[in-house]
Design a protein around this ligand. Structure first.
Ligand SMILES: NC(=O)c1ccc[n+]([C@@H]2O[C@H](COP(=O)([O-])OP(=O)(O)OC[C@H]3O[C@@H](n4cnc5c(N)ncnc54)[C@H](OP(=O)(O)O)[C@@H]3O)[C@@H](O)[C@H]2O)c1
Length: 318
């Protein structure tokens, strides 16, 4: 069965619909007239539980599954809890994919990540670079789990002839992000740190690493729109990159965040902390060939994300 546009009344299960990506998908599909969305919190359905996951998909019989459920975190969290990152992610994706096949799910979109490409992959990173070299050691456990998911999608396509696909988003940001110190990604962590510095009247902020690595940032609303395009049009065993095609240095990002947050003090860099991969820019030619490109500039995205943070700083979820 080849890819074809998803009808507005298709039953779409968004796994992880309360997370950054899942909530963005939920907003997008709701705003675009999809009327049969299905979501369950981890309290109601623990996707690490194979029996519960199989029973749920058997009962709800979605046409489409988007897997945005995972244990996700920044360098510090990956470093502190590698066993959780490996074990939880393997189980969540294995249970979802196996159960989807059994329940007759027609389309499945698995989300990999740009951080699972080899550490020294040629830039910009083409999809073919996957599995071509050593991984970044700070997120090895997470990457190995995600790579297994991508291989499982490929295996399901080959064994069952189902048009399941994988996408590789770059660093995602936007409303609903995790701003918890020590557990968050670079952009929300910076927003939080600069915001706290302004409030405390501190004149100096120290960020991790040298500031030299280059990163690409994709707004979650752009990712959700791209996922729709992929479900409608993409049918290939090779995972497809989803990014903006533009990157910035972490130091540039710090300047942008400082500007948005109103911090006019000094930014220092703690080079004793790991930098991670030197550069991570995705080659997005495959995606643009499908007729889609990202629309939200980083400066506008950071501004709206900070507004969201100000509205939710007292009640964000973690
Ligand atoms: N954020 C990024 O920069 C980025 C970049 C590339 C790819 N991705 C991919 O996008 C996906 C989602 O990431 P995210 O940033 O949205 O993460 P997130 O905000 O932490 O959300 C993860 C979601 O997974 C759900 N979940 C975790 N463990 C679960 C379990 N045992 N059972 C059921 N649900 C569980 C959580 O559900 P509850 O809220 O109900 O607990 C949560 O809603 C991941 O696959 C990630 O690899 C993210």
């Amino acid at each position: 069965m080849a890819a074809q546009p998803i009808s507005r009344d298709a039953r779409i299960y968004i796994a992880g619909h309360r997370g950054l990506v899942g909530a963005g998908l939920w907003r997008y599909f709701t705003e675009h007239g999809f009327v049969n969305l299905i979501g369950r919190s981890s309290e109601d359905l623990d996707l690490r539980d194979s029996g519960a996951t199989a029973a749920f998909l058997d009962e709800t019989r979605p046409d489409v599954v988007i897997d945005a459920a995972a244990r996700v975190g920044g360098i510090a969290a990956n470093d502190a809890r590698p066993a959780h990152f490996l074990s939880d992610n393997l189980r969540i994706q294995l249970n979802l994919l196996d159960s989807a096949v059994s329940a007759g799910v027609r389309r499945f979109l698995f989300l990999g990540s740009s951080c699972i490409y080899p550490k020294f992959a040629e830039q910009p990173i083409r999809e073919e670079a996957l599995l071509g070299g050593r991984l970044e050691s700070t997120n090895e456990a997470y990457a190995i789990a995600k790579l297994a998911g991508i291989l499982q999608v490929k295996a399901i396509r080959s064994q069952y002839g189902l048009p399941y696909i994988s996408a590789m988003p770059s660093n995602v940001y936007g409303p609903g992000d995790n701003f918890t110190a020590g557990d968050s990604h670079v952009l929300p962590a910076m927003i939080r740190r600069f915001h706290d510095a302004v409030r405390a009247g501190v004149s100096e902020v120290t960020c991790w690493g040298t500031g030299e690595p280059r990163r690409e940032f994709l707004h979650v609303d752009d990712l959700a729109a791209a996922c729709h395009v992929l479900l409608d049009r993409y049918d290939d065993a090779l995972p497809i990159n989803v990014g903006t095609g533009v990157d910035v240095t972490i130091a540039d990002l710090a300047r942008l965040v400082a500007d948005v947050v109103g911090f006019d003090g000094e930014v220092r860099w703690d080079a004793t902390k790991p930098d991670g991969t030197p550069r991570k820019l995705l080659d997005v030619q495959r995606l643009t060939a499908l007729g889609w490109q990202a629309a939200i500039p980083l400066s506008a995205g950071v501004k709206s994300m900070y507004e969201w943070f100000l509205d939710h700083q007292h009640d964000y979820r973690r």
